[in-house]
Design a protein around this ligand. Structure first.
Ligand code: ARG
Length: 457
C-alpha cells in the first residue's frame, strides 16, 4: 500500500517502484521513526486535533509495533520506506485511528526528524567508543611514560621521544574529535517536525511540546529550511572523516612499526592474519583495513557535499540518498574504532628495540647546539658547529654519545664535562620538561590534563 495514489490512474512501474524505495536502508530508522510518531500522536491528542482516545490507540499501536520489531516478531518489508511501513502496520493493527497519525505532518519533516534523532544517539555512541580508546591510550601513556624511542620528522630520525608522549599525541587528536562531534550535535539538536511539506501547517500544533517530549533543546524556526537542511550531515561526515584520518595515521605508523626492520611492536595473533602462500607471514590486515576504510569515509564526505550542491529549496528526492552516506560512515567508523582499540590493547611493545633505534642517529644534536647556545653562542653558530661535530661522527662512524670530552673540545673550548651528560639519551628526553614536552615528567603532567578534559566531555 502506498501513502499516496488518489490522483493516479495507473500503478507505478515495477522497476520505478524498486528504484524509488528506500526501505532496504532506511529501515534502520524504525525506532526513531516510531518514537517521533508517538510524540506527534500525543501532541495531536493534547491539542484536540484528534481525540484523546485516538491518540492513545495510536501510541499503544506504535509501542506494540516497536516491541514486535525488537523481538524479531515483525519483519520490516513491503513498503516504500520506513515511514510508510510504520503507518501501514499501524492501520493494520488499530484500524481507522491509524489513518489519522499523519495529520499535520509530511514525510519531509518526518524524515528530517528521524535522521536528527538517529544521529544524536549515533554521535553519543561513537563518542563513547572514542573515550574508551582515549582511556586505553592514557593507561599506556602512564605505563610507558619514560620509554624512549626515536621520534621522526620527514620520516627521518629527529629527536628521541617517549612512548607515553606518542600516546598523548593521539589522545589529544581524539579528544578534539569528541569535542567536534559534540559541537556538531548542538546543531543537530533542533526539532524540525511541524514544518510540514515546506510551509508549515494549518493545524494548531504545539511544536515545543513535541521537542520537549523528544528531548530536543531547540525547535526550528523556518519550515523551508527545516525540510531542506542537511548541513548537519556534511558536518557529521566531516567530523567522522577527521577521526578516520587520525586513525589512518596510527594505522600507517604501526604497520611499519610491526615490520622486522622497525620491530617496535608485535601485533597480537588475535588481530593479525596469515598469508595463504607464505607460512611465515603475519600481516597487519586490521591496520591496513583501517587505513583503507578511511578512503570510504572521506569519499562519503565528498558524496555528501556533492549531493547538496545546488539543490533548490526545499525537499528534493535526491535527499533520500543522504542515508546510505550516513549509515556507511557510521558503520565504518564504529568498526574501525572497535578494531583499533583491540589492536592497541593487545599489542606488545618491544621497548628494547625502541631504545636501540633512538641511539646512534645523532638525535642528541639539538641538545649540543642548545648546550652551546645556553653558554652564549648564538644559536645559528651553535647549529653550524654541531653540524660539524655530527659530520665528524659520521666520518669516524661513532655516535654523539660516544664522543669524549677531548673530542668535543677540538670543536670548541666552551665544552665542559657536563656535555657528556647532556648527550645521554635519558637526559635528552628528561630535559624536555616544557609544558607538553616529551620528558616523563611532562608526559605525566599532560596525562592529568588530558584525563581532566576527557572527564568533562
Ligand atoms: N524516503 C524519503 C527520504 O528518505 C522520505 C521522504 C519522502 N518525501 C517525499 N516528498 N517523497 O527522503
Amino acid at each position: 500500500m502506498k501513502l499516496w495514489g488518489g490522483v493516479f490512474t495507473q500503478n507505478i512501474d515495477k522497476i520505478a517502484d524498486e528504484f524509488n524505495s528506500s526501505l532496504s536502508f532506511d529501515k534502520r530508522l524504525y525506532k526513531h521513526d516510531i518514537l517521533g510518531s508517538i510524540a506527534h500522536a500525543k501532541m495531536l491528542g493534547k491539542q484536540n486535533i484528534i481525540s484523546i482516545d485516538e491518540s492513545q490507540k495510536i501510541v499503544d499501536g506504535l509501542n506494540s509495533i516497536l516491541k514486535d520489531i525488537e523481538d524479531l516478531k515483525l519483519e520490516i518489508k513491503d513498503a516504500e520506506d520506513i515511514h510508510s511501513f510504520v503507518e501501514q502496520e499501524l492501520t493494520k493493527r488499530i484500524g481507522e485511528a491509524g489513518k489519522k497519525l499523519h495529520t499535520a505532518r509530511s514525510r519531509n519533516d518526518q524524515v528530517a526528524l528521524d535522521i536528527r534523532m538517529y544521529l544524536k544517539d549515533s554521535i553519543d555512541n561513537t563518542a563513547a567508543k572514542l573515550k574508551s580508546l582515549c582511556n586505553t591510550m592514557l593507561d599506556l601513556a602512564v605505563k610507558y611514560n619514560d620509554t624512549i624511542m626515536a621520534g621522526f620528522t620527514h620520516m627521518q630520525k629527529a629527536q628521541p621521544i617517549t612512548l607515553g608522549h606518542y600516546f598523548n599525541a593521539y589522545v589529544s587528536m581524539f579528544l578534539r574529535d569528541i569535542e567536534r562531534l559534540l559541537d556538531a550535535k548542538k546543531r543537530i539538536d533542533v526539532m524540525p517536525l511541524g514544518s510540514g511539506a515546506l510551509a508549515g501547517t494549518t493545524y494548531p500544533i504545539d511544536r515545543e511540546y513535541v521537542a520537549k517530549l523528544l528531548g530536543f533543546s531547540q525547535t526550528s524556526v523556518n519550515s523551508l529550511d527545516s525540510v531542506s537542511d542537511r548541513d548537519f550531515l556534511v558536518e557529521y561526515v566531516s567530523c567522522i572523516s577527521l577521526i578516520a584520518i587520525h586513525m589512518s595515521k596510527i594505522a600507517e605508523e604501526w604497520i611499519y612499526w610491526a615490520c622486522d626492520e622497525f620491530g617496535y611492536i608485535t601485533l597480537d595473533d588475535k588481530y593479525s592474519t596469515g598469508s595463504s602462500i607464505m607460512p611465515q607471514k603475519k600481516n597487519p590486515d586490521m591496520l591496513e583495513l583501517i587505513r583503507g576504510k578511511t578512503a570510504k569515509v572521506t569519499g562519503n564526505l565528498s558524496s555528501a557535499v556533492s549531493l547538496l550542491k545546488a539543490l533548490p529549496l526545499s525537499y528534493n528526492k535526491d535527499m533520500q540518498e543522504d542515508k546510505p552516506i550516513l549509515f556507511d560512515t557510521e558503520n565504518t567508523i564504529n568498526a574501525c574504532l572497535d578494531v583499533l582499540e583491540g589492536v592497541v590493547k593487545t599489542a606488545k611493545f618491544n621497548t628494547d628495540k625502541m631504545y636501540k633505534s633512538a641511539t646512534g642517529g645523532y638525535s642528541a644534536a639539538t641538545d649540543i647546539a642548545d648546550y652551546l647556545a645556553k653558554k652564549g653562542v648564538p644559536f645559528r653558530d651553535a647549529h653550524k658547529l654541531t653540524g660539524e661535530i655530527v659530520l665528524y661522527c659520521i666520518q669516524n662512524k661513532i655516535g654523539l654519545e660516544e664522543l669524549k670530552l677531548s673530542q668535543f673540545q677540538q670543536f670548541s673550548d666552551i665544552f665542559q664535562n657536563d656535555i657528556l651528560d647532556a648527550v645521554k639519551l635519558e637526559n635528552v628526553v628528561k630535559n624536555r620538561k616544557s609544558l607538553g614536552g616529551t620528558s616523563p615528567e611532562s608526559v605525566l603532567n599532560s596525562i592529568e590534563i588530558l584525563k581532566e578534559k576527557l572527564s568533562k566531555l
